[in-house]
Design a protein around this ligand. Structure first.
Ligand SMILES: Cc1cc2nc3c(=O)[nH]c(=O)nc-3n(C[C@H](O)[C@H](O)[C@H](O)COP(=O)(O)OP(=O)(O)OC[C@H]3O[C@@H](n4cnc5c(N)ncnc54)[C@H](O)[C@@H]3O)c2cc1C
Ligand code: FES
Ligand code: FES
Length: 432
């Protein structure tokens, strides 16, 4: 097993009902998509017990009148596909793989100052339902965020749903600035423009808390930002001054060249297995890879990436080891995920495929034809995410959907040939 960044040991419980979850949460922490929690585990932050809530019936989207109620376990890609109001917010999160696992409830509970949902949900006046053994309560999203990585949730409380109203006489504009790849944004702007011209803006990534500003014009909002009495965030990505300048530009141009994103509606991602699991130490698991059951002894902290490589699936590569490069991507239950951001024990009951178990000759042929690989280290990961993208997102590989989806890193070939190969493979697939 890889020596650095191995999570500390913890107890793993996969619960099947909300009651079981609330009992287990008395001593544990919820594990939803794991797309923030797994990187935290890799930093060796100690957690005694993780309560995997992925079996709960919290993956739903309901619409009544102009109100959407979204289950906490709804994945970012499902929101992008099925909630037009939040499409631009969800599709600009990370990349296809992170969006297949990451959930709206996990994102809000994680309270990253640069997270996509906070500014949009604040400006829309959304609220969450939080449930514990003591009962349930509703919390405005604006009041849920306390400080970076801290919320006002109480011990043992679980977010179960988010409710958000589609505004009747106003339009939501959403923009993010990123530094490339699947990184978090540096600045996020959600701006609601009422038909009478009044503007409500919420800004993330610039101050320790997402802020809400109101005004009659862009100039008024820019002035409020200049006079805002809080020290801006500053890190190796950008200085505080740079962030303020960026967000002022975002406000000044929010309605210029603003394009709605089009996606196929009705997308559903299924992570349910019907199987409860509990492990404190070593446990023998059987996982289906490329159609065969592979048996191995793992600990709860063993990553799916390590499980696959030590069982001979060495086409799955270790790259950045922090969830960014995509070299470790595999197909899990029909969609792409980063195997360094999934625990091996979570794959019990799910179906894993690498290139050896997929009919993806249209892709491999196109990669060879277009010289889309040099050393080949990143190629398997690219094939995996491209397979998911062409099959489940956009067989026509439009520039618009491609740039939000395939964000793996290649250190030698560059991206022109890879993009060409994906587009050609899409055409091959469509023409049969
Ligand atoms: C490479 C990369 C790039 C990313 N880029 C972006 C980006 O551009 N924009 C963005 O917004 N996000 C980004 N993310 C984060 C991503 O959106 C995560 O999905 C999200 O932050 C956490 O959701 P999760 O379901 O994975 O939660 P988990 O990782 O499972 O959990 C996160 C935290 O929330 C708690 N938790 C989870 N569910 C609940 C619940 N229902 N109730 C109470 N507590 C709960 C957990 O205990 C944990 O503390 C990125 C992540 C990665 C790895
Ligand atoms: S994303 Fe998993 S190794 Fe880089
Ligand atoms: S071909 Fe070498 S890293 Fe991509």
């Amino acid at each position: 097993m890889f020596a650095l960044g191995i999570p500390r040991p913890f107890k793993y419980v996969r619960v099947k009902t909300l009651e079981e979850a609330l009992d287990a949460l008395e001593e544990g922490r919820p594990l939803a998509g794991g797309q923030s929690l797994l990187p935290m585990l890799r930093l060796r932050i100690p957690f005694e017990s993780l309560v995997d809530i992925n079996e709960l019936d919290l993956d739903f989207i309901r619409r009544e009148g102009n109100t959407y109620t979204i289950g906490a376990l709804t994945r970012h890609n499902e929101i992008a596909s099925n909630v037009p109001l939040l499409r631009g917010v969800a599709i600009t999160i990370a990349d296809l793989q992170v969006r297949n696992r990451g959930t709206i409830g996990g994102s809000l509970a994680n309270a990253d100052p640069s997270a996509n949902y906070y500014p949009a949900l604040i400006v829309l006046g959304a609220e969450v339902k939080a449930v514990s053994k003591k009962g349930s309560r509703r919390i405005k999203v604006k009041e849920l965020y306390d400080n970076p990585y801290t919320t006002t949730l109480r011990e043992g409380e679980l977010i179960t749903e988010v409710s958000v109203k589609e505004p009747r006489d106003a339009k939501l504009y959403f923009k993010v600035i990123k530094k490339g790849g699947s990184a978090y944004p540096i600045a996020v702007l959600a701006l609601l423009k009422e038909s009478n011209g009044k503007l409500h803006a919420s800004i993330g990534g610039v101050f320790p808390k997402p802020i809400l500003l109101e005004g009659e014009s862009k100039e008024e909002l820019v002035k409020s930002i200049e006079g805002y009495n809080e020290k801006p965030l500053s890190d190796h990505h950008m200085t505080g001054e740079g962030r303020i300048k960026l967000v002022k530009d975002l406000i000044n141009t929010f309605d210029e060249d603003y394009r709605e994103i089009h996606l196929i509606e009705g997308r559903k991602i299924n992570w349910k297995t019907g199987i409860g699991v509990m492990a404190t130490g070593e446990i023998k698991i059987r996982v289906k890879v490329n159609g065969k059951l592979i048996e191995d002894t793992v600990e709860p902290r063993t990553l799916l990436l390590d499980f696959l490589r030590r069982n001979g699936f060495v086409e799955v590569k270790r790259g950045c080891d922090e969830g960014k490069c995509g070299a470790c991507t595999v197909i899990l239950n029909g969609v792409s995920v980063k195997s360094c951001l999934v625990l091996a024990i979570q794959a019990v009951g799910l179906d894993i495929k690498t290139i050896r178990g997929l009919d993806a000759s249209h892709l491999t042929r196109s990669f060879v034809r277009n010289y889309a690989s040099q050393c080949g280290y990143c190629t398997h990961g690219f094939l995996m995410v491209s397979y998911d993208y062409l099959k489940n997102v956009d067989p026509e590989a439009s520039d618009e959907t491609l740039r939000y989806s395939v964000k793996n890193i290649c250190r030698c070939t560059g991206y022109i040939n890879i993009i060409r190969a994906i587009k050609e493979a899409g055409k091959d697939e469509i023409s049969g």
